[in-house]
Design a protein around this ligand. Structure first.
Ligand code: FE2
Length: 269
């Protein structure tokens, strides 16, 4: 199979995307250092034609290999209540995924064959996350592929990991959405001023979203266009980046443009 994904993420970018990668777009560079801004949605940064070609190759290679990930509402979440208004909803989700950590898996081999793993591991993929987040990030980031089909969603959750010292003060996620034409819509809803009141469409072809987690959010059920359910999937290419330790060696980090040699921004800056 032909490697449709470029070996460097930079090669998917438009001139606008390149400016962000190089730190020349002041409206986006380090945008997530603002504690009031947890999330940036970027359009027009990935070349739409190339993104569509990559999406089609990915769909062909992986649609039979992704595995269900399903956490429904607990069956006793209503019957087990003993007090009014004390309902608790853990994270619910229904999606399919290809974990790209196991080199022996068929999904890893398929992702490798289209060039996906190489691009997600490329320096410029992490450099883009560093540029938007404004953080010095650790090398060795996590990669994953998600596939939302009709009705797939994730319920309200915050992605906080208080048990992990390296993540408990926050971390960065970057998603590249590759949505098939059969999709009508899917949205990300997120918290502002204590309410889940903000909403942005994520059913894009080549839209990039960058997150400073944790914060409350959910992904609405994917809605297919009528009659197009069989060709209605939103693929999400995902990188998860931890902050570099303050004394980390430069060779183990990815630095935002313009910050080379500089110290990490203060936590919570
Ligand atoms: Fe999430």
């Amino acid at each position: 199979m032909k490697k449709l994904f470029p070996s460097e993420f930079a090669d998917l970018l438009t001139p606008k995307g390149r400016r962000i990668l190089d730190g020349r777009d002041k409206t986006v560079s380090g945008a997530l250092l603002d504690p009031a801004r947890r999330f940036v949605a970027l359009q027009g940064v990935v070349d739409a034609d190339r993104a569509a070609a990559c999406r089609d190759a990915l769909d062909k290679a992986l649609r039979e290999l992704v595995v269900p990930m399903e956490d429904p509402i607990p069956h006793d979440s209503i019957s087990g209540m003993t007090m009014n208004y004390m309902e608790l909803l853990p994270k619910t989700v229904r999606v399919r995924t290809a974990l790209l950590e196991n080199r022996r898996s068929r999904s890893w081999r398929a992702a490798e064959a289209v060039g996906l793993t190489e691009m997600l591991r490329s320096d410029t993929f992490a450099a883009f996350a560093a540029a938007v987040s404004g953080r010095v990030l650790r090398r060795g980031w996590g990669i994953q592929v998600l596939c939302y089909g009709p009705g797939d969603y994730s319920g309200p959750h915050n992605d906080h990991h208080p048990e992990e010292a390296e993540a408990r003060d926050g971390y960065v996620d970057m998603h590249l959405s590759l949505t098939m034409p059969g999709v009508d819509h899917q949205y990300l809803v997120y918290e502002k001023d204590g309410h889940l009141s903000e909403m942005t469409r994520v059913s894009t072809v080549g839209g990039v979203t960058v997150y400073r987690l944790p914060f409350w959010h959910y992904t609405t059920p994917l809605l297919a266009r009528r009659g197009a359910e069989a060709h209605s999937r939103r693929w999400v290419l995902l990188g998860t980046f931890l902050d570099a330790a303050p004394q980390a060696k430069p060779s183990t980090t990815v630095t935002p443009p313009g910050l080379s040699g500089a110290r990490l921004p203060a936590r919570g800056a």
